[in-house]
Design a protein around this ligand. Structure first.
Ligand code: PMP
Length: 426
């Protein structure tokens, strides 16, 4: 690392815990100093020294069009010139709400918030209010933001740093969360048999992306739909990652399973801070001021974020956007599988749409226990070697690589060449 980044990092460590504003950025699990990034364009980023990287971190998911897409930059610039916040309804907000409700079959009304964490926290509150019950079922290795009750055995940075469930969460909160293995419908059936009358909701990442990419096994989501309906609990799909990522209508369209409530974030803000939760009118009508469930936000529905989101969704509506993502991601997946086989490294590639993970384990990963069995030291060496070759991966075994519409054959070819070299003798 040259001096510019080193100086910035030194000050960052002094002024901010771990030198970061979010733990997953710290590179702790990969044993190299974190990057200080200065600029991004399309599929690439540049650090403070001007070193260039092909980016698969992609800001942890929002940038489905790539960095600084001209139409998004233009939309944000235009919105900023009109005023950055009002504390009142704007046409932009209504427009993004309309696009979301048209796209997602299970969303009739939506409330904007500022992050995915707020979306899941608010959806759980709403589910509890609607059902008059307290308990929530979540799955090991799924991450739903950092609200108290949802941190139990969470994926993402909590998994990366091997943290126990966070101190500071009162036991009384944690007791209301039932944590089960992902893809294990029998465990869910058992939980409902024992606690059916007390369970307000099941919250799930319909494709898990925070223990690495783990798809639902056939019947899992359908089973959750059936059991929640049978016991009068709500099914919450946390589509913060998958919404507008896997296809325009999200995982609920891809798998044909309609949840009661949907949480969104990332892509719907086009890289600006945003989140949202929505669902059937009958449930959403309980949200204040229409109903008694309180939830609010000074900057919620912020015009800059709304403008970026609208520009992004409009571009995603253009012909073949998802087919292009799928084709390129399939090419990357196949190439990585070939490289793994040639280098004779025990590893498995798992992909759904434009997100994938190279797991350093020979078996398919179906749940958190299997993800945890990966060789994270090997991942760390792989990450460092890829970085040396100009490819920035998410800095953890337990995160998804994201492709964007700005990635092309050239980037994938460079990545595969780098991957083959990095995997050899790993
Ligand atoms: N849900 C999921 C599935 C996520 O991946 C994340 C963040 N990566 C969140 C919720 C929380 O979103 P935020 O970081 O915007 O609070």
């Amino acid at each position: 690392m040259s001096e510019g980044s080193a100086r910035i990092l030194e000050e960052a460590y002094r002024l901010m815990p771990g030198g970061v504003s979010s733990p997953a950025r710290s590179f702790r699990a990969v044993g190299v100093p974190p990057l200080v990034l200065a600029r991004g364009r399309g599929p690439r980023v540049w650090d403070a020294e001007g070193r260039e990287f092909i980016d698969y971190l992609m800001a942890f998911g929002p940038l489905i069009l790539g960095h600084a897409h001209p139409r998004v930059v233009e939309a944000v610039t235009e919105a900023a010139a009109q005023g950055t916040a009002f504390g009142a309804t704007t046409a932009l907000e209504v427009e993004l709400a309309r696009l979301i409700c048209q796209a997602l079959p299970a969303v009739e009304m939506v409330r904007f918030v500022n992050s995915g964490t707020e979306a899941t926290m608010s959806a759980v509150r709403l589910a509890r209010a609607y059902t008059g019950r307290a308990k929530v079922v979540k799955f090991e290795g799924c991450y739903h933001g950092h609200a108290d009750g949802l941190l139990a055995r969470a994926g993402s940075g909590v998994a990366t740093l091997s943290l126990p469930d966070s101190p500071g969460v009162p036991p009384a909160y944690a007791q209301e969360t039932i944590v089960l293995p992902y893809n294990d419908l029998t465990a869910v059936e058992e939980a409902f048999r024992r606690h059916g009358e007390e369970i307000a909701a099941v919250i799930v990442e319909p494709v898990a992306a925070n223990m690495g990419v783990v798809p639902p096994i056939p019947g899992f989501l359908e089973g959750l739909r059936r059991l929640t309906a049978q016991y009068g609990a709500l099914l919450i799909f946390d589509e913060v990652v998958t919404g507008f990522r896997l296809c325009y209508g999200g995982a609920q369209t891809l798998y044909g399973v309609p949840p009661d409530l949907t949480c969104l974030g990332k892509v719907i803000g086009g890289g600006l801070p945003v989140g949202a939760y929505g669902g059937r009118r009958e449930i959403m009508s309980l949200v204040a001021p229409e109903g008694p469930v309180y939830q609010a936000g000074t900057l919620s529905g912020n015009p800059l974020a709304m403008a970026a989101g609208i520009a992004t969704l409009r571009l995603l509506q253009e012909a073949h956007a998802y087919a292009r993502l799928e084709a390129l991601a399939a090419r990357l997946e196949e190439g990585l599988q070939e490289a793994v086989a040639r280098a004779q490294v025990p590893a498995t590639v798992q992909r759904v749409g434009s997100m994938l993970t190279l797991f350093f384990t020979p078996q398919a990963v179906r749940n958190y226990a299997a993800a945890r069995a990966c060789d994270t030291q090997r991942f760390a060496r792989f990450f460092a070697r890829m970085l040396e070759r100009g490819v920035l991966l998410p800095p953890s075994q337990f995160e998804a690589w994201f492709l964007s519409l700005a990635h092309g054959e050239e980037e994938v070819a460079h990545t595969l060449e780098a991957a083959l070299k990095a995997l050899q003798g790993l």
